[in-house]
Design a protein around this ligand. Structure first.
Ligand SMILES: [Zn+2]
Length: 103
């Protein structure tokens, strides 16, 4: 039986101020409150559980850090945001936008 992959990435805001978290390619921005840990969860779109990768193949995530913000590229077909206990931060179930042909 083939099980599609699920991957979780924990992000901890160890600072004193809220941290901007953007999840791409959805461009969804949320703020992680100080001292909180959130999880970005994504599911593999491939039947064999592989990932498309951002810079190279088979990587579920890429994290791009800047001084006051962090961007996570999730390479599944959806993403979910939850806190460390698994409670959804945002009830939306974001599915990968349809990729248009390159123009
Ligand atoms: Zn999902």
């Amino acid at each position: 039986m083939v099980t599609r992959g699920t991957t979780r990435l924990l992000l901890r805001n160890g600072g004193e101020a809220a941290l901007d978290l953007t999840v791409e390619p959805w461009a969804q921005t949320q703020q992680i409150p100080p001292k909180q840990t959130w999880a970005v969860v994504t599911h593999s779109p491939a039947a064999d559980g592989s990932w498309s990768g951002t810079l190279r193949g088979d990587e579920p995530f890429l994290v791009d850090h800047r001084p006051a913000s962090v961007t996570v590229w999730a390479n599944g077909d959806c993403f979910h945001l939850s806190d460390r206990d698994g409670n959804l931060v945002d009830s939306a179930d974001w599915h990968r936008p349809v990729q248009g042909s390159d123009s």
